[in-house]
Design a protein around this ligand. Sequence first.
Ligand SMILES: Cc1cc2nc3c(=O)[nH]c(=O)nc-3n(C[C@H](O)[C@H](O)[C@H](O)COP(=O)(O)OP(=O)(O)OC[C@H]3O[C@@H](n4cnc5c(N)ncnc54)[C@H](O)[C@@H]3O)c2cc1C
Length: 312
Amino acid sequence: MLKLKVPLAPYTYAKIGGPAQRLMVVHSVSELKAAVKLAQTKGWPLTVLGSASNVIIADAGLTGLVIIDRAQAVSQPQPGLVRVASGTLMSQLIHFTIQHGLAGLAEFLGIPGTVGGALYNNSHHLNHLIGDLVTQVTIIDERGRVRRLPRSACQFAYDASIFQKQPWIILSATFNLSPAEPQSLQTLARAALQRRRQTQPLNFPSSGCMFKNPEKTAKQRLETQKLPPFAGFLIDQCGLKGVTSGGAQVSPLHANFIVNLNHASAQDVVRLSNRVRRQVHDRFGVWLEREIFFLGHHPQLDSTPKESLNYG
Ligand SMILES: Cc1cc2nc3c(=O)[nH]c(=O)nc-3n(C[C@H](O)[C@H](O)[C@H](O)COP(=O)(O)OP(=O)(O)OC[C@H]3O[C@@H](n4cnc5c(N)ncnc54)[C@H](O)[C@@H]3O)c2cc1C
């Protein structure tokens, strides 16, 4: 059902953001396809959200149609091959793979979000990238055509995929997983969960890590100076833990998290992330690149050309 002027903040992990001009919640891949085609026919700008755990939505909200993807389905059509709909929660997929004795995804337990969101960002846990486990992704393109992409066409890299460059909507994916003992997978999953509980500020709303870890030239430069090339470390070294802007705060527990401490606006998060970038640059000469997707109009967001300098 199409709804108008629906507040989006309650749908998001950060509890931030204005209304969607139009909103549809879909519960199957066929509903998702129909909603995408509706937007294409009407010429509406389109945003598909999974669990909205990796986004900051503008205070002014989003124009066009916002689709909340709850298309959930998981199956194992052949031994080792798992087919999953884009709106399936990662936790649901992971529990399925553990029960069926399939290795590779257990370590991702505790990362919020859907399969669609995970593939868009190529979700990572330490050095593991979710894209490495994918054999095929099915999308609907800007002309309404359903296409199957092999992994090689997905351009998966650290926090990157082709889905960030193309206006395609992910419908489903197939993972290729090797057999393992469910018990050992359970142990891996529990350890990953425990690590998250100890290191992440899970008692406050947030959208996860704000910045990517520096790569390429910036990473090399930091390593030459014997500095760990991690965004959280650099932010911490600048003494920014606990610093606030309005209701947003650099988490005192994990410096790469900006948490919604007290009714933060998107503008508060933008200002704080700008300040963090500037101070890290002044101290270390590195422009951190944002990992979180800022959707809609954020007038004060630092210009992006700077961001690519250290990652290109
Ligand atoms: C406490 C916390 C811890 C986190 N830890 C990690 C971590 O360890 N590793 C990590 O990688 N991430 C982490 N994240 C970030 C986030 O959970 C992941 O990136 C997650 O995969 C996002 O999924 P989502 O469904 O919430 O995506 P959303 O936030 O809903 O969307 C993210 C982007 O993907 C696009 N998108 C979503 N679905 C589709 C689709 N079907 N087709 C096309 N585009 C789509 C959206 O338009 C948006 O641009 C963390 C977040 C939180 C809050």
